[in-house]
Ligand binder design. Sequence first.
Ligand SMILES: CC(=O)SCCNC(=O)CCNC(=O)[C@H](O)C(C)(C)COP(=O)(O)OP(=O)(O)OC[C@H]1O[C@@H](n2cnc3c(N)ncnc32)[C@H](O)[C@@H]1OP(=O)(O)O
Ligand SMILES: CC(C)C(=O)C(=O)O
Length: 511
Amino acid sequence: MSNRVYIFDTTLRDGEQSPGVSLNRNEKLEIARQLARLGVDIIEAGFPITSSGDFEAVKTIAREVRGVTVAGLARTNFADIDRAWEAVKHADQPRIHTFIATSDIHLKHKLRMSGEQVIEAAVAGIKRARGYTSDVEFSAEDASRSELNFLCRVVEAAIAAGATTINIPDTVGYATPDEFAEFIRSIMNNVRGIEKVILSIHCHDDLGLAVSNSLAAVLAGARQVEGAINGIGERAGNASIEEIVMALYTRRDRYGLETGINTEEIYRTSKLVSKLTGMEIQPNKAVVGKNAFAHESGIHQDGVLKERTTYEIMNPTMVGIAHGNLVLGKHSGRHAFRSRLVELGFALNEQELNKAFARFKDLADRKKEITDQDLEAIVENEIRKVPPTYELAYLHISSGTTVVPTATVGLNHGEELLEEAACGNGPVDAICKAVDKIAGYNCRLYSWSINAITGGKDALGEVTLRIAENNSERLYMGRGISTDILESSARAYINAVNKMIYEKKNQNNDK
Ligand SMILES: CC(=O)SCCNC(=O)CCNC(=O)[C@H](O)C(C)(C)COP(=O)(O)OP(=O)(O)OC[C@H]1O[C@@H](n2cnc3c(N)ncnc32)[C@H](O)[C@@H]1OP(=O)(O)O
Ligand SMILES: CC(C)C(=O)C(=O)O
């Protein structure tokens, strides 16, 4: 048996069946192009009878995305099959994918057909499709809940009618891995002609088992896996392509199976699908989640810094993520802390490091995640504390929808109180201009951001900003905290100006 596993991507068909998702033609085309770069073998581009929009999207993909099989889904009736063919016929390798349910529950309640009628419909549909193309996939919908002997009869008839791929879906995500593997083995052992076709599986995630069931089936002998990027799809979704691919890749040591996927395109594909479908990726999602390669606790961070493989079974670059990250938080230790400071360009001695680390742990108790800006602030405010040339004495703001924003600022400069007023485009701009007038500088604001340190209406707002003199690129970061965000802004701006003055003074002393 070949060790090559074919990847059938149904992001644009079953994936689009996710509640709330509707992709237009251009969006589908953009995703299809990316799927081709990813290296999937088959793109199921849509269900052409569904709407003229879907028909046009499948047709466009078939015409424009080369070097890949493009499939269109169809029920077994001729109208669906004819429409699917019209849509895919210009593809490099067109495939018609036709399906009908085989479980008692579907026959009795949904199709209201007998078993013989289902076999007849399947055979007729496949023959119709074979009249158009030599690449015909047949799916026995709800196969995993079907009576095995009947399913084997349907599959045998489908092969005899000309199907080249036989798909066994776990349509409602009911199977469990060992049971599904056994089911696949039974089909392989009982269906005449099964060795002539590619045996495929299509698993749903209702019990969170779609990937496990898919892998179990592959290990039992299936050689095509159907799934969707990010695991999107009807209800709880489909098996996630990226998880299956990375499981096969990572465990090739044990199973020796291969896909044609260019794994470095995985992350980009996942991001694109998430962006265009509007379906966010949960942070702890395997392979592509924000936290998939993030390490938060000190012991793990220390291990990863010493040797990445201590806590990483995949290299993030393998899936197209530039590098993993060490998230600094209250569980982090000195090794990770020092390493991030070095990355930020700070070389602290042991005493400074200990002092900064204690301050960091303090802050980490109050904040969920410590950012690079927090670290810069710790070092600059705590370790390289500058003497305050100016300190805020008072602040008065006049602002609103009908007045020009004006700020009056009083700054203590030693024993002196210096006062100035200025107008600006907004109150923050007015504050900065008033401070500039007092300090005798002309600065521009590069960035300004606010972060609520505590919750509720009286939350402490922490403003972090960066300024530079008008004729210089040297940036100074300032930080200010208050329950009033304009006061936080004033304090942050004054803090940055003080740093600038201090640095200039020291440079002059050095000369
Ligand atoms: C498991 C899966 O994911 S299957 C794919 C699911 N995807 C979709 O349904 C795509 C979106 N669907 C649609 O736009 C519409 O349902 C259409 C265009 C496909 C059909 O619309 P309608 O003709 O109005 O039929 P409706 O959806 O209400 O009912 C489905 C009909 O197809 C029949 N049917 C269902 N599956 C099959 C099949 N594989 N082969 C033949 N007939 C089938 C049903 O028995 C029902 O027939 P009935 O009208 O005689 O009772
Ligand atoms: C059409 C088939 C493959 C399907 O989507 C399912 O059974 O879930």
